[in-house]
Ligand binder design. Structure first.
Ligand SMILES: Cc1cc2nc3c(=O)[nH]c(=O)nc-3n(C[C@H](O)[C@H](O)[C@H](O)COP(=O)(O)O)c2cc1C
Length: 344
């Protein structure tokens, strides 16, 4: 079954949920264009989430996807926190930041019962998860609304695990993908493979539809994924320059520059591996730092550095999330991009 039939949409294109760089304007534009628009909720409080859901319901009657992270929040480890601040000490000195005055912050919240209570009234047509799935009772609750449930697999084992727990489709996330790796059964980066190696192996291993993600930037990439058995595609990076995205000017400039050709998987921004354009902090502290606290706790210590650097027009300390193929990034309305990805 292709995703047009599965979700009741026109085009085989899902706009990837991208926390921190978009809200409902992008979701609405893509859904109205006939794709599946997504709303990332990992960084939204409950009031903000309600507002975005109301905006979507008011501005489209087409299906849409609501996306959550579902990690287990870690306990704060004071020794690791201290080691992390020590690793960043020279930068605090450079910017005149007092490391003892940095507020702790969780950064990203997982899906929970309270969120489900709020979501229920909106009966979202599709909900997708990153980092596995929430508890079986929460998954059952979401499915009881008639909602289709998706999650990302970065290995064949993860795809089988997700299918056994009842997802309606698996997103095969190749290592080219921008943003966080959805990996959840292993934290070994050596398990992570490219989209065109991963996709056919997952298609062979599961019965449910498989959605390809990672490095797909234009209609030829979509056609290639379909030829390898994908039921549809999920595209993130290519949407980052659309006017409906809230990508910062610094991030947009990096995506348009030569530096977008050099990305890395790094844990320095959040504590979990995610792909972004290589900048000063990745080069000097990462790309993978053993000192970085567990996801999402690494975020708090970087936040004031990011704020100071961005204030001076620099992306040296910003997470410039991007996949390995930024060649599809275009400053065109999301409707036009969605149609062009589908070959229209
Ligand atoms: C800026 C950015 C933010 C992302 N944030 C999320 C997120 O909040 N939730 C999620 O499930 N995936 C997130 N992703 C990963 C996407 O779902 C998807 O796997 C990826 O964008 C596909 O690869 P591509 O970027 O090469 O198109 C993000 C990707 C990017 C580029």
């Amino acid at each position: 079954m292709n995703i047009q039939e599965l979700f009741g949409i026109e085009l085989p294109v899902i706009q990837a949920p991208m926390a921190g760089v978009q809200r409902s304007a992008l979701t609405i534009a893509v859904s109205n264009a006939g794709g599946l628009g997504s709303l990332p909720c990992a960084m939204l409080g409950l009031d903000a989430l309600r507002g975005e859901l109301e905006a979507i319901r008011a501005q489209t009657d087409k299906p849409f996807n609501i996306n959550f992270f579902c990690h287990t929040p870690p306990a704060v480890d004071p020794a690791r926190e201290a080691a992390w601040r020590k690793a960043l000490a020279a930068y605090y000195g450079e910017f005149g930041i007092d490391p003892d005055k940095i507020p702790a912050g969780p950064g990203r919240a997982p899906f929970d019962a309270e969120t489900a209570d709020l979501l229920e009234a909106f009966e979202p047509p599709v909900v997708s998860f990153h980092f596995g799935l929430p508890s079986p009772d929460l998954v059952a609750r979401v499915k009881s609304w008639g909602t289709k449930v998706l999650s990302a697999a970065t290995t064949v084992e993860e795809a089988r695990w997700l299918e056994a727990r009842g997802v309606d489709a698996v997103i095969a996330q190749g290592v080219e993908a921008g943003g966080h790796r959805g990996m959840f059964l292993s934290d070994a980066l050596s398990t992570q493979v490219g989209t065109f190696a991963l996709l056919p192996q997952i298609v062979a291993a599961v019965k449910c539809p498989v959605i390809a993600a990672g490095g797909i930037a234009d209609a030829r990439g979509v056609a290639a994924a379909m030829a390898l058995g994908a039921a549809g595609v999920q595209v993130g990076t290519a949407y980052l320059l659309c006017p409906e995205a809230e990508t910062t000017a610094i991030h947009r400039a990096a995506l348009k520059s030569e530096s977008a050709r050099h990305t890395a998987l790094t844990n320095v921004f959040t504590g979990r591996p995610a792909r972004g354009i290589v900048n000063r902090i990745i080069r000097e502290v990462g790309p993978i730092s053993p000192a970085a606290p567990a996801f999402p706790l690494a975020t708090a210590a970087i936040a004031p550095l990011r704020a100071k650097a961005e204030g001076a027009g620099s992306g040296d300390f910003s997470p410039l999330w991007s996949g390995q193929n930024a060649s599809g990034c275009r400053e065109i309305p999301a409707e036009e991009l969605t149609r062009s990805l589908a070959g229209g």
